[in-house]
Each structure stands twice: as structure tokens, then as C-alpha cells.
Ligand binder design. Structure first.
Ligand SMILES: C[S@@+](CC[C@H](N)C(=O)[O-])C[C@H]1O[C@@H](n2cnc3c(N)ncnc32)[C@H](O)[C@@H]1O
Length: 246
């Protein structure tokens, strides 16, 4: 079976997540730049269409990106991407050990794999390619808020398509599945189910520490305000790679 993320992050992605655009990334990147720009180069892990890469580069960062979606990487290049991209899997980053000064993983590009060990493996890979003392920013969703505010079903028009989304939580509330159905005029409908492991703050902290990161700060929104378990929309970790100075 084709993994859901290979379907979801193709041409359907801009229809399903239209609000996650370049303008949003530019605002957020202004706050990220001081955290990563001096630790060169920076790797955007699961960079998608490169919206964060271009925004960070505009602020003076030297940026590389890696993503599995050939479609989104081609979009990145078409849109005049600033930085260099590689097509690859975040479970086995196609880079040598210690070549990056910093890394980011933005907009819930984590928790996609079936096992906790596979998800933790992504953090271990990021730690492998960053030098000691390097910065890493992980931008995840706040699971507690999702559990409280989730809309089970929604339907909207997106361009010349109708997008229907049905959301469900697993029995222990640890896995969020979202069935997406896109109906186009004159084309066959497409359907897939996203699967996201909803890690809580403590779980992610333990995973980051286990991957040799020290968690410096935890924020709850893109303004980098404090995290509040019940209310915050995001769960953003600012970390430092442990290890001796080279
Ligand atoms: C929610 S999007 C976010 C993209 C980007 N960080 C942003 O903020 O626009 C998640 C990204 O993860 C990528 N992705 C999913 N699974 C992946 C994998 N196994 N290896 C590399 N990239 C993957 C998708 O192709 C997609 O671009």
C-alpha cells in the first residue's frame, strides 16, 4: 500500500492546506532567523515547497532542504527557491554526519510513521547531521488542543474542487486520522487517510533528549509565546545538539 504521505503531499497539498503559505512562513521565519542563521548551514527537514527556506535565506541563512515529494520540490524551484534541495526520506537523511550547523522541522512534519521508534529515528537522524551545539527547531501540533477542539467533519470548496475531511481519534487519543476526499470537476475523486501520532509535550521532550538534544525552550505559537497545554495551537521546541565542541 502506498503510504498516505506520498499521496497527500503531491498536487493535492495546496488544495488541502491553502493557508500554510509563503506569507505565513515569512512571518515565522523572522523569529526563527536569530535562532538558526548564525549556525550555518541550516537544513529544513521535510521542506515541502521551500517556503521556510526562502524566508530564512532572505534573512541571511544558508539553507538546504530535504523532502520526499518531487511535486513540492519542483514547485519550490518553479517559485524561485533560495537554497538547495534534495529529494530524500527523513528516516535516512542523504547527508554526511555533522555537516549542518542547525535544522528546522516545520508545520507538523513529524509523527507520520507507524512506530514510535521510526518517529524517534527521524530525530536521531537530525541529530546525526547537526554539529554539537547546533540549534534545532521542531514545530509540532498541540495534541491536547486538537482533542478538545477537533471538528469531526468539514466540507469546503477549493478552486474547482470540493474537499471533504473527516477526523477521528484512536481509543487512547494518541493517533489522529483524517480521511480526505477531493472531488474535482471532470476528474475521478481522490481519497486518502492521513495518520498522525499525537505526541504530548513530555513524550516529545523525552524523544528529543533521547536523540541527544537538550530542550532549551518550549513555545505555544508562531510568535514564540509561552506554551499553555490547554490553549496553545502549536508545540514548538527550541533545542541544542549535545556533544563536545569540535
Ligand atoms: C505538512 S508538510 C510541511 C512542509 C513544510 N515544512 C512547510 O511548512 O511548508 C509535510 C512535508 O513532509 C514531507 N514528508 C512526508 N513524509 C516524508 C518522508 N518520509 N521523507 C521526507 N519528507 C516527507 C511531505 O512531502 C511534506 O512536504
Amino acid at each position: 500500500m502506498t503510504e498516505w504521505y506520498k499521496i497527500a503531499f503531491g498536487e493535492l497539498y495546496p488544495l488541502v492546506y491553502p493557508h500554510r503559505d509563503v506569507a505565513e512562513a515569512a512571518k515565522v521565519a523572522a523569529r526563527l532567523t536569530p535562532l538558526v542563521a548564525s549556525a550555518r548551514p541550516t537544513l529544513d527537514v521535510a521542506c515541502g515547497n521551500g517556503r521556510y527556506m526562502s524566508a530564512l535565506a532572505a534573512g541571511g541563512a544558508d539553507v538546504y532542504g530535504v523532502d520526499l515529494s518531487e511535486y513540492l520540490l519542483a514547485e519550490a524551484v518553479k517559485q524561485g527557491l533560495r537554497g538547495r534541495v534534495v529529494c530524500g526520506d527523513i528516516r535516512a537523511l542523504p547527508f554526511a554526519t555533522g555537516v549542518f550547523g542547525s535544522a528546522i522541522n516545520m508545520f507538523t512534519s513529524f509523527g507520520y510513521f507507524e512506530t514510535d521508534d521510526d518517529n524517534a529515528g527521524v530525530l536521531r537522524e537530525i541529530a546525526r547531521v547537526i554539529r554539537p551545539q547546533g540549534a534545532f527547531v521542531l514545530d509540532f501540533i498541540n495534541a491536547a488542543r486538537i482533542r478538545r477542539t477537533m471538528t469531526p467533519r468539514s466540507r469546503r470548496v477549493a478552486g474547482d474542487a470540493q474537499v471533504e475531511e473527516s477526523r477521528e481519534l484512536s481509543a487512547q487519543g494518541r493517533v489522529l486520522t483524517k480521511r480526505v476526499r477531493v472531488e474535482w470537476r471532470g476528474r475521478d475523486p481522490v481519497e486518502y487517510t492521513e495518520r498522525l501520532r499525537l505526541y504530548a509535550r513530555d513524550e516529545l521532550t523525552a524523544m528529543l533528549e533521547g536523540a541527544d538534544f537538550h530542550v532549551r525552550d518550549v513555545h505555544g505559537d508562531y510568535q514564540l509565546g509561552p506554551f499553555a497545554a490547554d490553549a496553545s495551537e502549536r508545540l514548538i521546541f527550541v533545542c541544542e545538539r549535545r556533544g563536545p565542541v569540535a
